[in-house]
Design a binder for this molecule. Structure first.
Ligand code: ASP
Length: 602
């Protein structure tokens, strides 16, 4: 028999009761987390959003109350009318904040029952994630998830408050729009009233926020959903949330200071004080020192040791004098076995463009002075592992652009090995501490990336990114050398966000579209309205967008974005709870003038 709430009012949250509440009358409402029946005494751990309180039903409560308590099962919803009592010294539970008290029930109402559960929210490790996602409403009751969602709320509020305090307006932009320039596949929404025509869900509010600058809203932000139909990797979601902002008359430093301000506010939610400003490093330096544009600086940088090799040594080792030679130091690895050293070779892979010297002692036998100098430069500790990566001799002369690429490839190979060794020996060096937050700004990215498959230049960021004024003359002669006023914010080897100073002049925008191989007609068709808008008094402007999901994941110390998104999709882009996507009715399709054709290859 279920009870009604009647005129009962909840007076207290379960998790908030303390010793100072002893003696007070309370009405608690929540879920039965666990029940222990000792005959005379029945204990219920009553749970709500705020935590757990132990409720005790003694014989004094009377037979009716006792009977009800006996019938309780996991996740029944109950109201407990009772009084707070200090626990005896021997039964205090130090592991929960309410552990000094318990609530003695005088009356009990069962507000709802609960079917046998697929899993109990009282369990902390539920191995089967599919079950968790299918029954997300139960999963979200778990204290870990309640904590993560609460944290997400606090982080969003902290960021909003900071940006508000800096004079930013929060402005919404449409979800039903047209293709935006981030370069992923669009999610499309068919139009019923315009048969055969589609809206695209925004990959980001990029164009809208630039238009808002043209409209004079000189500091904009939005915590906004973005949609990208990409092949999903483990840590991607088809819809995700960005902290998106744009500033008129901005230089990169203004954007950096704004982001440092709101990240500091966000990290305060976990009681960490960030040191600002964050270090800055050019893309070129990041590649040379870390072999990657998102360096994890918890491990030492690589050291350029090219200068210590004499010409005949390079010859003997079959190394290219024009290509880099770098030393990688991995701390506290200790003596390696033959097999472990062989594994390094395997991890490095069978490459033609670069070589690894994983056995430094062997190299030392042939070239003692050279290795001594390497040690001087790279300065490894006694227990540290020292490995060298060098560019292999190239067959033929290369153009400047090709040579630059070849050098970057060698750095990238070394950088990958540096990270691989870092991961492999993480237990030994202990540097991958989740609470060691090494932020970094990477600046001056290349404007274009060469697309081997399509044989053309692509925008490395997006096509509204401004090139360096000084590099404009290389747009046609050497596009690969044009740097962009683009920047990334990086934390411990992860890119948290990226942005740029934008092109605000129509003539330059048009030139960049042309450099990207876009004909005048194509420019008009895709971005005509924007090229026109740029001509009506566009202020210089710039901005950035950061992934909120990833930030919360890091703050929560979680391993997956799905731990901090209330209703995430699986790696196959499926919502297991709602069971989406699904086919739709013939009637709906007809209204949309859509016919579904079964593809032969599926
Ligand atoms: N819209 C860009 C992105 O989503 C960020 C930016 O340039 O502000 O990557």
């Amino acid at each position: 028999m279920l009870d009604f709430v009647g005129d009962l009012k909840r007076t207290q949250m379960c998790g908030a009761l303390r010793a100072s509440d002893a003696g007070s009358e309370v009405v608690l409402m929540g879920w039965v987390n666990r029940r222990r029946d000792l005959g005379n005494l029945i204990f219920i751990d009553l749970r709500d959003r705020s935590g757990i309180t132990q409720v005790v039903i003694t014989a004094e409560a009377g037979e009716e109350v006792h009977k009800k308590a006996e019938s309780l099962r996991s996740e029944f919803v109950v109201a407990v009318i009772g009084h707070v009592k200090l626990r005896d010294a021997g039964t205090v539970n130090k592991s929960i904040p309410t552990g000094e008290i318990e609530v003695v029930a005088d009356a009990l109402r069962i507000l709802n029952d609960c079917k046998p559960l697929p899993f109990s929210p009282a369990e902390s490790d539920i191995a089967n994630e599919e079950v968790r996602l299918k029954y997300r409403y139960i999963d979200l009751r778990r204290p870990e998830m309640q904590h993560n969602i609460h944290l997400r709320h606090r982080v969003s509020i902290a960021i909003r408050e900071y940006l508000n305090s800096q004079g930013f307006y929060e402005i919404e932009t449409p979800f039903m729009t047209r293709s935006t320039p981030e370069g992923a596949r669009d999610y499309l929404v068919p139009s019923r009233v315009h048969p055969g025509e589609f809206y695209a869900l925004p990959q980001s509010p990029q164009i809208f926020k630039q238009i808002l600058m043209i409209s004079g809203f000189d500091k904009y932000f939005q915590i906004v959903r973005c949609f990208r139909d990409e092949d999903l990797r483990a840590d991607r979601q088809p819809e995700f949330t960005q902290i998106d902002l744009e500033i008129s008359f901005a230089r990169p430093e203004m954007v950096f200071a704004t982001v440092e301000g709101f990240l500091t506010a966000a990290w305060k939610t976990i009681d960490v004080d960030l040191q600002t400003p964050f270090p800055r490093m050019s893309y070129d330096e990041a590649i040379r020192k870390y072999g990657i544009d998102k360096p994890d600086m918890r491990l030492p940088a690589m050291t350029d040791v090219r200068e210590v090799f004499a010409a005949e040594q390079l010859e003997a080792l079959n190394l290219d004098p024009e290509l880099p030679i770098v030393a990688i130091v991995t701390p506290k690895v200790g003596e390696l076995s033959r097999k472990e050293r062989d594994d390094i070779k395997v991890a490095f892979g069978d490459r033609r463009d670069a070589k690894v010297f994983e056995d430094i002692k062997r190299l030392e036998k042939s070239f003692p002075e050279t290795v001594a100098k390497i040690r001087e430069l790279a300065n490894p500790g006694v227990d540290d592992l020292l490995v060298i990566v060098a560019g292999a001799k190239r067959g033929e002369e290369a153009s400047a652009a090709k040579a630059r690429q070849q050098a970057y490839d060698v750095y990238a190979a070394a950088g990958q090995l540096r990270l691989g060794l870092g991961q492999r020996f993480a237990a030994k060096h202990g540097a991958f501490d989740k609470r060691d937050f090494r932020f970094l700004w990477v600046t001056d990215f290349p404007m274009f990336e060469w697309d081997e498959e399509e044989s053309r230049w692509n925008a490395a960021h997006h096509p509204f990114t401004s090139p360096y004024e000084n590099d404009m003359d290389k747009l046609e002669s050497d596009p690969g050398a044009v740097r962009a006023l683009a920047y990334d914010i990086v934390l411990n080897g992860t890119e948290l966000g990226s942005g740029s100073i934008r092109i605000h002049r129509q003539d330059i925008q048009s030139k960049i579209f042309k450099a990207l191989g876009m004909s005048k007609d194509e420019q008009q068709a895709r971005f005509g309205f924007f090229l026109e808008a740029l001509q009506y008094g566009t202020p210089p402007h710039g901005g950035i967008a950061l992934g909120l999901d990833r930030i919360v994941m890091i703050l929560a110390g979680a391993d997956s974005l799905r731990e901090v998104i209330p209703f995430p999709k699986t790696a196959k882009a499926i919502d297991l709870m709602m069971d989406a996507p699904t086919p739709v009715s013939e009637k709906q399709l007809k209204e949309l003038s859509i016919a579904v054709v079964q593809r032969k290859d599926t």
